[in-house]
Design a protein around this ligand. Structure first.
Ligand code: ADP
Ligand code: ZN
Length: 760
């Protein structure tokens, strides 16, 4: 009754149908348009519409209806989708993200949708008649793949029944169902002619059926059953079950080393949800999204599972998205961007390896999927399980403050002890790549038939001078981060606040000689070949893995024990299982310890602990050796001593004292452009503007910089950064909002805001 009245009113008064839309352009505001009566019923929330925008026509996303508008309104031109692309709940989540990350909502919506949809922008799909195929398409049929299928025509009769193969075929159709030519061929060999005959007789007709591009189409999965859990796994599952049964948002930290059975807990928690009609979202770091992991889920569950990662073709990604949107999928496994998967009735979000840097998007819409998982979980009343052996310092602190429930899994399922770890002092032995204790361990391991991994972290852009005697590096007195050496200026500079000092010729602490630091994998390989001429040595870094498939070939050789010593960079530290590797050597932990980032100690601790967790997972216990110029550093001593909590306590004290997360909140502003001097000048103007805005707001928030960003030049653009730091998140947010409305970057310069930046 009421509905009809409203509809009638709307028809009689065109002004009453006003919609609010977002456009995928770098603009902060949303816009109002009028909907002509002919389109009124279709212009609902979540669909895209075509609107005139200045002199252009752009695709816009309908956010909802507006009661009135004070602006002069223009009509929309068209409605582009048959059905909504997102739900009101999802829109609420996107609006939250837009406000929090200070990023235009329209660009976020565009980024959240699969490219296959965005490519259709501005084109209306083929007219769709309900009940005919492809009927329930969400959008225009540009990229949808179809196949021809045949079925019995109801009620059709003929005078003379067909004979031979055509008769067999007809009998088959009479049992019901529809079949593609491929399916029929499998049953009846070649049947093109009899099929055509049946169609001519009007006994069988065809239609177009949509098919999904499924990367796992031809894979047959064995079934497997849940494993009986050990007491710690049971206790963890129990707590998660309680939260899920109550339908409440609760964040958990599943705190366990690799091999402690975390994945088994995820699987069994998800198994409890599925009969309730709920869904699960599982986020993993891109590199960990291996076929083995996907297989574990596919073997365990019969339900629809979608897999989202960067290796999918546009079509596959689009199809996976549509399967999810239509509710045909109960589990989504994916990397970072899967946080936007259109799953409804979410019961659990898992963020595996929650400490991984790959959850942070560092371009365009700069979000953190791990953080957004908590927001989405809260909105959906779902529980969120963060899994890690080395959680972020902020997560550990939140757990200690009682905001996150800790579920400890302190032991490996197979009962194997953690490997022993040893720190090797590199001071006094300048230029030695492989110190005598490591060389001796390699010799022993080779003789015993074991495999070894030599790890070398390399970050091309960070260089610093280090004292060969005492291992000291120069630190900023204001920011407690490593100073980076700039050759052009011959100075050491802080990337946070731009403090700098001339490059010293001797170490300021001990008067020892200073040297450049930086070794390459090629050098290490050459030295190893000298030391171990008979060993089979392989190298995995950006140079050796640029060819397609070379990455997996290297791993394959290791798995088949054709490699004795593998030299690797960051790539090998994550996600891979090397059961045969019994010795891990970290050639110089300095390359991680000295990155100019306040998280350098956290990163070092995580690296060593993760490598320890991966050494010797076979029958042999493993051994880890860490070469360092800073052998007494707490990140080393605690990780090598497996004193996990000891490290976190120490690091939390440092963060509190220096004013870093979780005790302060950060935002970085980047100014980039192709003309170096113009960018620098603009960065100074922007910093002045920030000072003025801060003065007006009367806050004490810290403004550091401008300074050249650690990646001072990226893809032809010069980059300067300004860092904002505050103990109060609201204060920081307000300053950013005020600044953004007061500042407009001139032509040729781009301003980017990074809230909770990761790599500074
Ligand atoms: P994580 O995710 O912490 O690395 P997994 O769940 O992958 O740990 O478990 C490591 C190995 O132990 C896997 O091969 C898994 O099948 C096995 N596993 C896990 N839980 C159990 C259990 N309760 N009983 C026997 N084997 C288990
Ligand atoms: Zn500084």
């Amino acid at each position: 009754m009421k509905c009809r009245l409203n509809g009638a009113e709307a028809m009689s008064n065109p002004l009453s149908i006003i919609i609010e839309v977002a456009v995928p352009l770098p603009l902060d505001s949303t816009f109002h348009y009028r909907v002509p009566a002919s389109l009124a019923r279709q212009a609902e929330l979540g669909r895209r519409v075509l609107v005139p925008f200045g002199k252009r026509k752009v695709t816009a996303y309908v956010l909802g209806h507006a009661a009135t508008s004070e602006h002069q309104l223009v009509d929309i031109l068209d409605v582009l989708d048959e059905q909504p692309l997102f739900t009101p709940q999802e829109l609420k989540f996107y609006r939250w993200a837009a406000a929090y990350y200070l990023h235009p909502l329209g660009e976020i919506l565009k980024a959240a949708l699969p490219a296959g949809i965005n490519q259709q922008s501005g084109r209306k799909g083929a007219a769709v008649t309900p009940g005919t195929a492809p009927a329930e398409l969400l959008t225009g049929g540009q990229r949808i793949k179809t196949e021809t299928v045949y079925r019995l025509t109801p009620g059709a009769t003929v005078e003379r029944s067909p004979r031979g193969k055509a008769a067999l075929l007809l009998d088959h159709f009479r049992t019901g169902g529809e079949y593609s030519a491929t399916e029929l061929r499998r049953l009846f060999a070649d049947c093109t002619a009899p099929l055509r005959r049946l169609a001519e007789l009007g006994l069988v007709h065809s239609r177009q059926r949509e098919v999904y591009r499924d990367p796992f189409k031809d894979v047959i999965f064995d079934r497997d059953a849940p494993l009986p859990l050990n007491p710690e796994q049971s206790a963890a599952l129990h707590q998660i079950s309680d939260a899920m049964a109550a339908g409440r948002f609760q964040p958990f930290l599943l705190f366990g080393v690799t091999g402690s059975g975390k994945t088994e807990v995820y699987l069994q928690a998800i198994a409890q949800l599925l009969p309730l009609g709920k869904t699960a979202l599982v986020l993993v770091p891109e590199i960990a999204l291996t076929p083995q992991l996907v297989n574990r889920f596919k073997r365990r569950f019969d339900c629809g599972i979608a897999v989202l990662h960067s290796g999918l073709s546009t079509g596959e990604r689009y199809d996976e998205w549509r399967r999810i949107r239509r509710g045909e999928v109960s589990i989504v496994i994916g990397a970072r961007s899967a946080i936007f998967a259109p799953l409804e009735r979410l019961g659990i979000i898992v963020v595996d390896e929650e400490h991984e840097g790959s959850y942070k998007q560092n371009e365009g819409f700069r979000y953190n999927a791990r953080d957004l998982a908590l927001v989405r979980g809260k909105m959906a009343h779902a529980c969120v399980v963060l899994g890690s052996a080395t959680p972020q310092v902020t997560t550990w602190h939140a757990a200690h403050a009682g905001q996150v429930t800790v579920l400890p899994l302190p032991h490996r399922v197979n009962g194997q002890p953690l490997p022993r770890a040893e720190i090797i002092d590199m001071r006094q032995r300048r230029g030695e790549l492989i110190m005598p204790p490591l060389a001796a361990a390699l010799t022993d391991n080779l003789a015993a038939g074991g495999q070894s991994l030599l790890f070398l972290n390399r970050r091309g852009f960070a260089t610093w001078l280090t004292c060969a005697e005492c291992g000291q590096v120069l630190r900023c007195p204001n920011c407690a981060v490593t100073l980076t050496y700039h050759q052009r200026r011959n100075r050491h500079c802080c990337h946070y606040c731009d403090y700098s000092i001339p490059a010293p010729s001797v170490c300021p602490a001990c008067n020892g000689p200073v040297t450049h630091f930086g070794i390459g994998t090629e050098q290490v390989e050459a030295r190893l070949r000298e030391l171990f001429p008979a060993a089979r040595i392989d190298r995995m870094d950006r140079d050796t893995t640029s060819g397609k498939g070379s990455h997996s070939r290297i791993l394959q050789r290791v798995a088949e024990r054709q490699t004795d010593i593998l030299i690797g960079t960051q790539m090998v530290a994550k996600g891979h299982d090397f059961p045969g590797i019994t010795l891990v050597g970290i050639l110089s932990v300095e390359s991680t310890l000295n990155i100019p980032d306040f998280r350098s100690a956290e990163r070092t601790f995580q690296l060593i602990t993760q490598l320890m967790g991966r050494a010797g997972r076979g029958s042999e216990p493993g051994k880890v050796m860490v070469q360092s110029l800073n052998p007494e550093h707490y990140a080393l001593t605690f990780s090598c001593g497996s004193e996990i909590d000891g490290f976190y306590r120490c690091e939390v004290d440092f963060r509190r004292e220096a004013g870093y997360p979780p005790f302060a909140f950060l935002a970085a502003l980047y100014l980039t452009g192709t003309a170096g001097e113009a960018v620098e000048r603009e960065a100074r103007l922007a910093a002045d503007k920030l000072l003025a805005v801060r003065r007006r707001a009367g806050t004490r928030l810290e403004i550091l910089g401008p300074a050249p960003a650690p990646l001072a030049k990226l893809r032809g653009r010069f980059r300067w950064q300004i860092l904002l730091k505050s103990r109060n998140r609201t204060e920081l947010h307000h300053l950013l909002v005020d600044f953004r409305s007061a500042y407009l970057a001139p032509a040729g310069i781009r301003l980017q805001i990074d809230v909770d930046p990761a790599d500074l």
